[in-house]
Design a binder for this molecule. Structure first.
Ligand code: G4P
Length: 503
């Protein structure tokens, strides 16, 4: 096997999805610890380890004023090289978060075992499930009082509409946690500081017997297509159940996937011709540096610094010289980036979201990334009418770049911006002011339920204050409903009108 083939086999690329506070950061830290990237966990409460982990990128960050910290983390474990792509769940939640999920081969879903499935988890899961990629569930915080595991698994199956298969089972939780029962190895992994509670142990073992008799079969095919999620229990903070999780995850998680092009070619990762697509563009928030970083997921072939590629959309030739590779540490044996890996290309304005780059002669174009249904809307105007030209230029470029979505009112051609997270508006405003020198003003329309409608089914008379009629940037009609109730009312009144949600 060539170095390329060997490297390719080792790659596992995933994102962690969770509701804020479920323990994503803590679990990430533990995984980095397993990979030897950091040497100390966040000493129970602090975030010391996270700072350490990011130190390599802090230099870049300081130099360039770009926040790349923890956007991509790479570590080695058990002969595998693992890429974790960050999906911000907190205040910086945005379309970038969704688009990142288009660049991974599997997903780890972290759920707080005291709380169960929370709204943000559900939202992210829905995006992932449309891709049909494997989802591994980690019920976290069993060192605290948790809900009954059977109830948690039932809720997961019902709320998310996916089958679940327990890989291990908690015996007790919180003060009376006895351990987890590894259903595959058929043995109890005792919790280190457990105080023995024979009653709890007996009850847990009864459940284990029940599961063995009645549980779902482990169907690898169903896991691979995201129809069945392997379920693990543990405590990221106590580093309990994490090793077992990681090992089994690596056993079943798929390597880099093949990707179909717009002309129905299937590009396999072992295809020697280099190709990749841009799933995220991070703008420089430092006005002294106007450049941006385009995150490229490699689909096929090996990346070599300085290689020449073509940007499929424009045919423009580019040299990939100024590139960041997201390696967690200096290694003796630095491998080049291969499929599954992410490279960050410094960009002066060539790239748009969804762009394909490829080396060699044969043209490769991957499909556009999906449009996501925005939930928040603001009318936007330039404060200074004299700045119309820069205003239009700024909006056009930022929309192409994927910063925000653009809509127009049906008759008046007023600009309306749509986003999946409110942070996108802040970023848009900041960049309009700093890069295009245009002060803008928002007029909030609030949160809406957006549905696309076929052009030939639209009658402007159908619009009202509870369902605004607008056009998207391709002039396709969209209704913005005040809420789900208004949508249902409309659907009842006009049963023949097809209402389409985007991803
Ligand atoms: P997030 O990235 O998903 O938002 O969650 P994060 O890891 O920051 O964890 C949120 C809180 O939950 C943190 O406590 C963290 O220490 C705690 N936590 C995470 N995993 C476990 C676990 O397995 N067991 C227990 N008992 N707690 C866990 P915090 O006090 O809010 O923050 P910090 O002071 O530790 O930063």
């Amino acid at each position: 096997m060539t170095d390329f083939e060997t490297a390719l086999k080792t790659r596992r690329t995933f994102a962690i999805i969770s509701h804020p506070d479920a323990g994503k950061t803590t679990l990430t830290e533990q995984l980095l610890l397993h990979g030897g990237v950091i040497r100390e966990a966040g000493t129970v409460k602090g975030r010391g380890a996270k700072k350490l982990a990011s130190s390599d990128w802090m230099a870049i960050e300081q130099q360039r004023g770009i926040s790349v910290t923890s956007s991509v983390l790479q570590f080695d474990y058990d002969g595998k090289r693992i890429n974790i792509l960050d999906t911000p769940g907190h205040e910086d939640f945005s379309e970038d978060t969704y688009r990142t999920l288009m660049a991974v081969d599997s997903v780890v879903m972290v759920v707080d075992a005291a709380k169960g499935i929370e709204p943000q988890t559900k939202k992210l899961f829905e995006i992932v499930s449309k891709r049909g990629i494997p989802v591994f569930t980690f019920f976290n915080k069993i060192d605290r009082d948790a809900r009954a595991p059977l109830e948690l698994v039932d809720e997961l199956e019902e709320t998310l509409g996916i089958q679940a298969i327990p890989m291990n089972w908690p015996i007790g939780s919180g003060q009376i946690l006895q351990g987890i029962y590894d259903l595959k190895a058929d043995e109890l992994v005792p919790f280190k500081n457990a105080t023995e509670e024979p009653g709890v142990l007996a009850e847990g073992m009864d459940e284990v017997e029940l599961l063995k008799d009645a549980g779902n079969d482990f169907d690898e095919e169903a896991v691979a297509h995201g129809r069945l999620t392997p379920v693990f229990f543990g405590s990221a903070l106590a580093n309990f159940g994490v090793t077992e999780f990681l090992q089994q995850y690596l056993q079943y998680a798929p390597g880099p996937a093949a990707v179909e092009t717009v002309d129905d070619q299937v590009i396999e990762p072992d295809n020697p011709q280099f190709s990749g697509f841009v799933f995220k563009i991070q703008a420089n928030m430092d006005p002294r540096h106007r450049d941006r970083i385009a995150f490229v997921r490699i689909v096929s072939g090996a990346f070599e610094r300085g290689m020449d590629v073509t940007l499929a959309r424009t045919g423009k030739k580019l040299r990939l010289a100024n590139v960041t590779q997201f390696m967690a540490e200096e290694r003796e044996n630095v491998q080049g980036a291969v499929p599954g890996d992410i490279i960050g290309v410094y960009d002066t304005g060539n790239f748009q979201i969804g762009d394909t780059i490829y080396a060699g002669k044969k043209k490769i174009t991957f499909p556009d990334l999906p449009t996501f249904t925005p939930e928040y809307f603001n009318k936007v105007i330039a404060k200074d009418v004299m700045k119309q030209k820069s205003y239009h230029k700024g909006i056009t470029q930022l929309v192409q770049e994927g910063t925000i979505q653009l809509y127009k009112s049906w008759n008046a051609n007023e600009y309306i911006l749509g986003a999946v997270g409110n942070l996108q508006f802040e970023v848009f405003k900041f960049r309009m002011e700093n890069e295009y020198n245009v002060a803008i003003q928002f007029e909030p329309i609030g949160s809406k339920v957006a549905r696309w409608v076929p052009a030939d089914q639209v009658d402007p008379k159908m619009a009202s204050t509870r369902n605004l009629l607008v056009k998207d940037r391709y002039d396709r009609p969209v209704f913005l409903f005040e809420n789900q109730f208004a949508l249902n009312w409309f659907a009842d009144k006009y049963p023949d009108v097809e209402l389409e949600a985007k991803m």
